[in-house]
Design a protein around this ligand. Structure first.
Ligand code: SAM
Length: 273
């Protein structure tokens, strides 16, 4: 329990410290890009990924969606506008939550979209109170995936859909080339992601059945080198945030060819039984 509290505070500190700087690199959508002919840089690729996620979210107007790990709130606001749904977004970072609620106010969406400082491992919502949920690149930060999935299963109504965008391990973590992945995960306060069968098993144990699985590695992986080059151009700023040595190791790992061989990127759609 004490370790979980420490891990939570360390993720909170990370996002309080880096969210604004990362937003200057990614744009307002803090996730990997979907690279295709229509995109020109990381912000347009990240925005294209949000579009892809919105297209694959099974909701009808008026339904209520939980965005677990909401970042700046921009993806949730886009979802609410595009699909006419209500969204509650949660994050551990108070800065992100304040920024997200400001955006909702400015866009006159605050009636339908709210953001709260909540730990995903202990959701303060009643059972079956949401119709759908997103977990976009957030679960790797959470101390116990099984607990988070049980919480999601509890707050989703039967038949509700969960959309997860996340990494997956292509090889067992013991192989030599997993060192780069471990360095990146340590810098961003993440655990190594499960394998694809591991994702399915964890979802099954929590009461979900996987209904669609899309391997987006080919579309997403250019984001890694792109992010590394953008961070490298601001070495002084990011060295301050991560520490000089850790930042040098992080850049080496992000730019090393092994990483994409070790970690892939998947979009999983699962139904609450
Ligand atoms: C990489 S960002 C992704 C943000 C957003 N989903 C997006 O795609 O733009 C990860 C997010 O997960 C949130 N997060 C990490 N651990 C969390 C926890 N235990 N409870 C709630 N949010 C958490 C962070 O605060 C951050 O907002």
């Amino acid at each position: 329990m004490a370790r979980q509290g420490e891990e939570l505070r360390s993720v909170e500190k990370l996002y309080d410290a880096t969210s604004a700087a990362l937003e200057e690199l990614y744009g307002a959508d803090l996730h990997f890009g979907y690279w295709d002919a229509s995109v020109v840089d990381l912000p347009s690729a990240a925005a294209r990924m949000t579009e892809h996620l919105i297209e694959r979210t099974q909701v009808t107007p008026g339904q209520h969606v939980l965005d677990l790990g909401c970042g700046t709130g921009n993806p949730a606001l886009r979802l609410a506008r595009a699909r006419e749904v209500r969204v509650t977004g949660v994050s551990v970072s108070r800065r992100e939550v304040a920024r997200a609620n400001d955006s909702a106010e400015q866009q006159q969406m605050a009636h339908d979209v709210q953001f709260e400082r909540v730990d995903a491992l202990a959701l303060p919502y009643t059972s079956a109170s949401f119709d759908a949920a997103w977990a976009i690149e957030s679960m790797s930060h959470m101390a116990d995936r099984a607990v988070v999935l049980r919480e999601l299963s509890r707050v989703l109504r039967p038949g509700g859909r969960l959309l997860i965008a996340d990494g997956f391990l292509r090889r067992p973590p013991s192989s030599a080339d997993s060192r780069a992945a471990e360095t990146v995960c340590a810098a961003f306060r993440m655990g190594l992601p499960p394998t694809l069968p591991g994702h399915t098993e964890l979802l099954g144990e929590a009461g979900f059945v996987v209904v669609d699985q899309e391997d987006l590695s080919e579309h997403a992986q250019r984001s890694i080198t792109c992010l590394a080059h953008l961070m490298q151009a601001r070495t002084a700023e990011f060295s301050d945030m991560f520490g000089e040595k850790a930042f040098t190791r992080l850049l080496d790992s992000l730019l090393g060819a092994e990483l994409t061989g070790t970690i892939g990127y998947v979009l999983l759609s699962a139904e609450r039984r």
